[in-house]
Design a protein around this ligand. Structure first.
Ligand SMILES: Nc1ncnc2c1ncn2[C@@H]1O[C@H](COP(=O)(O)OP(=O)(O)OP(=O)(O)O)[C@@H](O)[C@H]1O
Length: 296
């Protein structure tokens, strides 16, 4: 376990009816926003459920703030959690649910502060059974943040949220990061991951494929995109430096591993190319890593 780890999975495996869902999974996470990502069924929720104590590991162990996690154990008081599927008693009002949850934590967040941060005023008097999907998600996030716990687990926190809701959650995540909390989220939303996460861990078939900062994962692909304008067909030399694509209306894109000589050539040979250079996205890099793993 590394020095500043707040959460540590140590060679954790989990089987459901003899089928592996998590395989020898090890990961240490300290303060910051961390994202588990990977295809459906990769094992993200299983890893999180073992951390929260909802499920037990078949082998290996998980430590939370230096203590071994057990199923249904006391560690839950150090965790705020938004599970993937949210269900609250349908006849209870939102305000009642939040008050009920607050009493289970030693130092819950001030209720008024929470209300403002997540713009909850409109839904507090509503019964949980009458909430829309996005309002339910907002309640789930409010419950997790209200815990004021050092470790927050958010499984698909942005699913179903509107633009304002996403902005509010993004802001909250950055705030939690600044306060030195360890926020762990599972998500499929690459734009949000790139905007909020410090590190990402890519999983597939219950295994950890890669872990690192977003820049480190992007760099595994090592590809640049050079977009430019050309009044005529671009010089053929360019095609020797990568894959040239015609985008229409006189715009082209070169996908290359050699951005320096390629951009030099574009600027030399094409008048006013309006060159734009961008790195591979996290999504491209992840897709490439998954393809490599599948031997494609
Ligand atoms: N309660 C369960 N009983 C049997 N199998 C399960 C159970 N929960 C998960 N699994 C299986 O374990 C594997 C990992 O599932 P998990 O929910 O952890 O994946 P995930 O990465 O969170 O997927 P998603 O992105 O779809 O939420 C899958 O093959 C799934 O079918």
């Amino acid at each position: 376990m590394s020095g500043n780890a707040m959460v540590s999975w140590q060679r954790v495996s989990k089987e459901y009816a003899g089928k592996p869902a998590l395989l020898d999974f090890s990961l240490d996470l300290g303060p910051g926003v961390h994202c588990l990502l990977g295809p459906n069924g990769a094992g993200k929720t299983t890893a999180l459920n073992i951390l929260t104590g909802i499920r037990s590991a078949s082998s290996g162990e998980v430590q939370l703030l230096g203590q071994r996690v057990s199923r249904g154990g006391k560690q839950a008081r150090s965790l705020g959690c938004v599970p993937q599927s949210l269900s609250f008693p349908p006849t209870l009002k939102v305000v009642e649910v939040l008050r009920f949850i607050a009493v289970h934590y030693p130092d819950p967040l001030d209720f008024a502060e929470l209300e403002t941060k997540l713009d909850l005023a409109g839904i507090l008097p509503k019964q949980c059974g009458s909430l829309s999907g996005g309002q339910l998600r907002r309640l789930g996030i409010a419950a997790a943040i209200m815990s004021n716990a050092p470790v927050l687990i958010l499984d698909e926190p942005l699913a179903g949220l509107d633009i304002d809701g996403r902005a509010a959650v993004r802001h909250l995540l950055l705030e939690q990061q600044e306060q030195g909390r360890c926020v762990i989220m599972a998500s499929h939303d690459y734009a949000e991951i790139e905007a909020t996460a410090d590190t990402v861990t890519l999983m597939q078939d219950g295994r950890k494929l890669a872990t690192g900062s977003i820049a480190e994962i992007r760099d595994t692909l090592d590809i640049s995109y050079l977009s430019f304008e050309s009044p005529a067909a671009p010089p053929t030399e360019l095609a020797t430096l990568g894959t040239l694509q015609e985008l229409g209306a006189g715009r082209y894109r070169l996908i290359t591993k050699q951005p320096d000589p390629a951009s030099k050539l574009i600027v030399e040979l094409i008048p006013q190319p309006r060159l734009q250079i961008s790195q591979s996205s996290l999504e491209d890099a992840v897709s490439n890593l998954l393809k490599k793993e599948a031997g494609q």
